[in-house]
Design a protein around this ligand. Structure first.
Ligand code: TXA
Ligand code: MG
Length: 322
């Protein structure tokens, strides 16, 4: 069921059931992080490999400390600027966090999401919520309650509807396990924004993702193919690929350019004004819409390799790998 009633969401979560929750990035598939049986259902519903760890969500840094987590100095600095917000911190775990959440690794990923309804929900729970994106493993992440309902509606007791996600791509992930902080995933906060606050960050995206390349639990990496559309997606200059495909059966996802080569109804221009924030917001919904069309291929532009453009290119590149 889709609804906006916090009390219903709270009851299901307290009973160890799953609830889909809105965040500013994408919708999450949430369970009581302290309840291993509840968390196990997340892996089952998503068909997610058990060696891929989950992010835990709460509403304040104080509560993380109460749960025995030690917060590194640079994390605290970043949190002053970006939490609540689309930033996830990987830090050493405490004994309260079950192994199933961290896939047996000694580190846990934590985030304070910036969504009013979910912040209120989190403040009323006496446990954190483990929540990956609410999509079947490997598919595009959901940015509306309807996206979740279409794919997982039958398997979930409740989907909390908080409207369309404002950021539209997942959180940036930064690890504090080594001396120099390391970026694990491009997302809603840019590398430039982070470096302004804490200085040098090792730029190693590809170390985190919904699917994992290696089964080495100490070093979660990721399978390249993720965020995948059903149709084949080619990430690169559409002009270079037009002659290979029937234009009547070619869809395009572009930044601001309209291409005359293909029919207008097969084109998704994410931001005619050239605004990367708007483009990120619309990306996943566009990928879902093109998947509904009767086309042979999706040609997706390379976005400017700066700011949120890096997160957009990362998702399109992963969607394009065969
Ligand atoms: O914006 C987001 O982060 C959304 C919303 C719901 O908060 N969540 C999300 O979760 O994107 P998920 O599970 O789809 O992606 C989380 C990523 C995975 O790639 C996982 O490998 C990585 O975070 N991760 C989780 N715990 C980790 C850990 N202890 N060490 C390294 N990577 C970790
Ligand atoms: Mg995901």
């Amino acid at each position: 069921m889709v609804g906006t009633d916090l009390q219903t969401a709270i009851s299901f979560l307290q009973q160890g059931q799953l609830v889909a929750i809105p965040t500013e990035t994408v919708y999450g598939l949430a369970a009581n992080a302290f309840n291993p049986d509840a968390v196990a259902q997340i892996f089952a519903v998503k068909n997610r490999p058990s060696f891929n760890p989950l992010i835990i969500h709460t509403n304040s840094l104080t509560r993380l400390k109460d749960w025995g987590l030690q917060l590194p100095q640079k994390m605290l600095l970043l949190a002053e600027h970006f939490s609540p917000g689309p930033l996830t911190y990987v830090i050493p775990k405490s004994h309260l966090i079950p192994d199933i959440v961290t896939a047996g690794t000694p580190a846990v990923a934590v985030r304070i999401p910036n969504h009013p309804l979910t912040l209120e929900l989190l403040s009323k729970l006496d446990f954190p919520l483990a929540a990956p994106s609410a999509n079947p493993s490997g598919y595009v992440s959901p940015t509306t309650a309807q996206h979740v309902n279409q794919q997982l509606g039958n398997t979930l007791p409740y989907i909390l509807d908080g409207g369309a996600c404002e950021v539209g791509v997942e959180s940036t992930i930064i690890s504090f396990l080594n001396d120099t902080p390391t970026l694990l995933r491009y997302g809603g906060i840019t590398l430039e924004q982070l470096e302004k606050v804490i200085g040098k960050i090792i730029d190693k995206p590809g170390e985190a993702g919904d699917e994992i390349l290696t089964d080495n639990p100490v070093a979660p990496g990721q399978l390249a193919r993720h965020y995948a559309t059903k149709h084949v997606l080619i990430h690169g200059d559409p002009k270079k690929n037009f002659d290979q495909f029937n234009p009547q059966k070619t869809a395009i996802i572009s930044f601001k350019t309209n291409y005359t080569q293909v029919p207008q109804n097969l084109q998704f221009v994410l931001s005619p004004q050239g605004n990367l924030t708007e483009a990120a917001q619309k990306l996943f919904a566009a990928m879902r819409m093109v998947d509904e069309l009767d086309v042979d291929v999706i040609l997706a532009e390379k976005f400017p390799d700066e700011g949120l453009g890096k997160a957009i290119n990362d998702r399109l590149k992963r969607a394009s790998v065969k």
